[in-house]
Design a protein around this ligand. Structure first.
Ligand SMILES: Cc1cc2nc3c(=O)[nH]c(=O)nc-3n(C[C@H](O)[C@H](O)[C@H](O)COP(=O)(O)OP(=O)(O)OC[C@H]3O[C@@H](n4cnc5c(N)ncnc54)[C@H](O)[C@@H]3O)c2cc1C
Length: 299
């Protein structure tokens, strides 16, 4: 099938796919096609792409590995940009490590471990990339990745800028960026830590996730944010929603804040199930649940 946009004037060294099913790029395994799915080679390539998209007035969305994305069934008009080739991790000073946006979280933890640095073991089991983790302020056990971040390197309006964390607005599972900002890299300030301590942190995290998160089906992790001082899973349980389903989307029997794809779910099944859960929780507990998962795509 032809690309929906004329790409003849685009000079691009990376990979460009048209009508790419987003179900192949999200952990929930649902989502219609993106008009364009682009994987730039490096920052110059990304700039070329963004300038072409800007000239054509084509909207775009940066993604990591899609572990926190629910893409609607009609897909995404415009371009999805994957930074998977931006994956270098380098030591940049005493206690400072820079990871590019496409590097995996565990790779950062392992790199730091080899340098005798740590304090970021809580991200070792969080699936996804540094870019996704930064945008979501991903975390576990009461810690968030941005608390360990010294500064971010953002591409804003075609120019690369560094931002210290005190210049940015962030909190539980959110970082406010300007429209069009892309995280290129993050620099972390880490503590000296014996490698075996980090190994123990990774082992404990793996064990905990194996017992509590082993839901047996594709998911996006916690679907809803924990409301202040409360656990979303408990509110969902109290509302009697554990195990309930809409089509192929189901509230996991193992962890009731995980919504899973039992095989043939559509994005609409997930949206309908989420709406049912929110209504039930509002009725039983008077609490408004807010999605942690990012919902994108055409309605
Ligand atoms: C089994 C399982 C367990 C999980 N456990 C946890 C957990 O313990 N804690 C937790 O916080 N999360 C958890 N998650 C959710 C998910 O892993 C995290 O949110 C993760 O950080 C998403 O990373 P990603 O690279 O896949 O980002 P994506 O899902 O691809 O993107 C997430 C958001 O970030 C934006 N984004 C991505 N890259 C960039 C970039 N370079 N610049 C600007 N914006 C960007 C996207 O547009 C999107 O809005 C879990 C998920 C699963 C499936």
């Amino acid at each position: 099938m032809n690309c929906p946009y004329d790409t003849t004037r685009l000079s691009f060294r990376g990979q460009l796919l048209c009508h790419e099913p987003m179900s192949l790029h999200t952990s929930l395994k649902v989502g219609g096609p993106a008009d364009i799915f682009a994987i730039p080679e490096d920052a110059d390539d990304l700039r070329q792409l963004l300038s072409w998209l800007g000239e054509q007035d084509i909207p775009w969305l940066p993604i990591g590995r899609g572990y926190n994305l629910l893409v609607r069934d009609k897909g995404i008009r415009g371009a999805v940009i994957s930074l998977e080739r931006f994956n270098r991790i380098t030591a940049v000073g005493e206690g400072l490590i820079t990871a590019e946006a496409g590097a995996e979280n565990l790779s950062l933890v392992r790199f730091a471990q080899k340098m005798g640095l740590g304090g970021i073991g809580f991200i070792s089991g969080i699936p996804g990339t540094i870019g996704g983790a930064i945008k979501m302020n991903a975390g576990a056990y009461g810690e968030g990745i941005l608390e360990r971040t010294d500064h971010l390197t953002l591409l804003r309006s075609g120019t690369i800028h560094d931002f210290r964390m005190d210049e940015l607005d962030y909190g539980y599972r959110h970082l406010r960026l300007a429209d069009g900002d892309i995280v290129l890299a993050a620099t972390f300030r880490l503590d000296e830590r014996e490698p075996h301590h980090t190994e123990e942190e990774i082992r404990k995290d793996t064990e905990l996730r194996r017992t509590k998160h082993n839901v047996g089906y594709p998911s996006a992790g916690s679907f809803f944010k924990n409301p202040h001082g409360q656990a979303a899973w408990r509110l969902i349980d109290t509302a009697g929603m554990r195990g309930k389903n809409v089509g192929g989307a189901q509230v996991s029997e193992v962890h009731s804040n995980f919504l899973v794809n039992t095989g043939k779910a559509t994005a609409q099944d997930f949206l309908d199930l989420a709406a049912t859960i929110k209504n039930a929780v509002m009725t039983t507990s008077g609490v408004t649940l807010e999605e942690e998962v990012r919902i994108v795509g055409d309605i």
